[in-house]
Design a protein around this ligand. Structure first.
Ligand code: AMP
Ligand code: MG
Length: 477
């Protein structure tokens, strides 16, 4: 059920572009649960979805397009656009939700520059696994509907199998889409593009704002609030996005672009995985400040519509971004309290959490495992931990909730199963080397229930041995 409102934006924002067919499409991952939520014909797609999800056959009603956008990549502005993706359309689900359905790795577009428009199997499996894990963890995210092996090789540092990922999203409106509207609009005497985009984004994601006289300022503040909440969730889970460029920041507030991202194993505040992030710009602890930096780029785009007077517009933009750091802190602390089983608030809670993180950092303790097993660790860890544990127990005793209530709260906030890097690498290797997709399916099944302690998922819960630790992740573009 396509109803693609993006086509009503001025044609500057997109190019009509069909996916380029692939030689031997083979459906290797299909998300039945998501397909069901979308109201699709699950059985038919499972049997014969390769052609549609590989881009060889257009579903009825699809008017495919590649979106134009720009972005600050590692701090530098570039004009971009879907260089290896096409939007099949906006699908309306049975319960009335509007979702973008996009093919990624679907061939060249006018935005491809020197790229081949294709994607490698490994990174598409990575995105499928990580985004579905994120969803099960309750964090706003784009989702993955299918992966098709194309039967065609892609040429990177070596020859690897190609793939197409089908992803769904609230939309693909990025901070970088606003940067495109501003800079392209400026260069082409089309200043009205920015306002048209802002009105479109508000109607689609913040409809409650659309009749307010202060709607553009409200929009900026609302986007900032969703980013604050999102990055706080990442930080509570030890997630490192790895490539927080403005083109990878959704104005709908979803996690988007699972390139070189990773969940931390042993805790380190300055941890960087991405092999392309040489200066650690997107290190774990930098993420809140980077989110704010990205929001400042959005604010710059909006200046012209915030107020006709430039000085007043700048003041308004600043005022709208001021709450960000406090909101982030509040969301993060809320999450930390849940992780520690705290129902009440005390001034010392942040320091208590901070002391635990410092202990993890000093001892290279596993982030996920430590939080999940705080109680059992008391007998086995060192004296510093015992000391911390006593303080924590004392804190717990100052709230009325029972031990059982505390246990339940903690188990609902501290996942047992996360997509650990060494397991993700393992399933990718099996797929790449042997066309064996069973390990991927098993991992995906475990990740669907991240808060459950099932014996059959033990292998996915256990932190990597030192020699199993994955040091770096690769974009693989
Ligand atoms: P990403 O790192 O995936 O966010 O991509 C950044 C930009 O590079 C996007 O505009 C992509 O469309 C483009 N891009 C990435 N890989 C390719 C490729 N293989 N061919 C063409 N464009 C690409
Ligand atoms: Mg991207």
């Amino acid at each position: 059920r396509f109803d693609t409102t993006y086509l009503k934006l001025p044609p500057d924002f997109y190019v009509r572009q069909a996916p380029v067919p692939v030689k031997g499409p083979r459906l290797i991952a299909f998300n039945r649960a998501l397909a069901g939520e979308l109201g699709l014909d699950v059985a038919a797609l499972e049997a014969d979805g390769g052609k549609v999800f590989g881009g060889n056959e257009l579903p009825a009603g699809s008017e495919p397009l590649a979106q134009a956008y720009a972005g600050h990549q590692f701090g530098h502005l570039t004009m971009l656009g879907d260089g290896r993706a096409v939007l099949l359309g906006e699908h309306v689900t049975p319960d009335g939700q509007r979702l973008d359905v996009q093919l990624k790795g679907s061939g060249q577009t006018p935005f491809s520059r020197s790229g081949d428009g294709r994607a490698a199997l490994g990174p598409m499996i990575r995105e499928y696994v990580l985004s579905e894990a994120m969803h099960a963890l309750g964090v706003p995210t784009t989702r993955s509907l299918a992966v098709v092996a194309t039967g065609e090789p892609v040429f990177r540092d070596r020859v690897i199998p190609g793939a197409v990922l089908t992803r769904t999203a609230q939309s693909h409106l990025r901070v970088g889409t606003f940067e495109f509207a501003l800079y392209y609009g400026h260069a082409n005497q089309k200043p009205e593009l920015l306002k048209e985009l802002a009105d479109y984004a508000i109607a689609r994601h913040y409809p409650e704002l659309k009749d307010r006289p202060t709607k553009y300022g409200d929009f900026l503040e609302a986007v900032a609030d969703r980013q604050a909440a999102l990055v706080a969730r990442w930080m509570n889970l030890g997630f490192i996005h790895g490539v927080m460029n403005t083109d990878n920041v959704s104005v709908a507030g979803e996690t988007i672009d699972y390139g070189p991202c990773a969940f931390m194993d042993e805790f380190s505040a300055g941890k960087v995985f991405s092999s392309i992030d040489r200066n650690g710009r997107y290190a774990f602890q930098n993420q809140p400040q980077i989110a704010q930096w990205n929001l400042t780029r959005l604010a710059e785009c909006l200046l012209g519509i915030l107020d006709a007077d430039p000085t007043a517009a700048t003041e308004e933009a600043k005022r709208r971004l001021t709450p960000f750091s406090t909101s982030f802190k509040t969301y993060w602390l809320e999450g930390l309290r849940r992780k520690l089983g705290l129902f009440t608030e005390e001034d010392g809670d942040e320091a208590l959490g901070g002391a635990l993180l410092a202990w993890m950092q000093n001892t290279q303790a596993d982030f996920t495992h430590t939080f999940r097993h705080l109680n059992e660790l008391a007998g086995t860890a060192d004296a510093a931990f015992s000391n911390w544990h006593q303080q924590w127990q004392a804190r717990l005793s100052r709230q009325p909730q029972s031990a059982e209530e505390v246990r339940q709260r903690m188990n609902a906030a501290n996942p047992a199963v996360i997509p650990r890097n060494h397991r993700v690498e393992e399933v990718i290797r099996a797929a790449e080397d042997n066309e064996d997709y069973a390990p991927m399916h098993a991992l995906v099944a475990a990740l669907a229930h991240p808060f459950e302690d099932r014996p059959e998922y033990r292998q996915y819960q256990t932190p990597p041995k030192v020699e199993e630790r994955v040091a770096a992740t690769f974009c693989g573009t």
